[in-house]
Write a protein that binds this ligand. Sequence first.
Ligand code: 13P
Length: 264
Amino acid sequence: MRAKLVVGNWKMNLTRPEAASCVEALVKQIDSYEDVEVGLCPSYLSIPVVGNLLQGKSILLGAQDVFWAGSGAFTGQVSPSMLKEVGVQICIVGHSEPRGRFGKLEIPESTISYFGETDQTVNLKLKALLYHGIVPILCVGETLAEREAGKTDSVIQDQLAGALDGIDAAEFIAGVVAYEPVWAIGTGKTCDTEEASRVCGMIRTHLAKLLDQDAADSIRVLYGGSVKAANAKELFRAPDIDGGLVGGASLNPEEFVQVIRAAH
Ligand code: 13P
């Protein structure tokens, strides 16, 4: 039986004092459940302060991205050992935003190419995280145009194959995959439960082909995209959805606590 996992992705939000207040409010209200794991992915700058506040708590400390090299002339990047050294246990990889795929376009289209994550860079980052014992949360998902063209499953299968190239079942068995339909991220549009569950199930079937059945049965497949207190219970009840990767709603401790409760 897979424990549910609910991870807050704070994206580029919350200064360090704001991050500290958010964690303090969260730990006061959160119940600890045996069947639900919780994680938080603050900005790089807030990881140490959040990590200090989570000492002795069962909430996992996460990062939103990583670079694959150990060290060197990579201005602006952060290595897996730097994350490890500040206590990071989980890390998001291949989110649609660094891939340059936005649900709601908030930056000029002409700058999209600056967000250059590809399946190949995702693969290098996954390998680096696994080597350092940090649990990756691999994000996959289709844009609205891809969905309307009937390409949802093939896009996701290609993303999985590219990301997991050269990685075997034993290496990824503790890994996590998050299905995040790009059109549902930050837009308030949630993928309906039936379809979210179908896609999460398809992901598990494909993981069994790429890795093996044991790994596919162990890997948590999360749903992300406008998850909130109002829809979490229904989504998490679906047998193929093992929890959520939560953006906006994780910035509000009261709301996030309700999302976590919904997973119990
Ligand atoms: P929202 O919950 O704000 O739609 O963001 C989802 C997401 O991208 C989590 O990684």
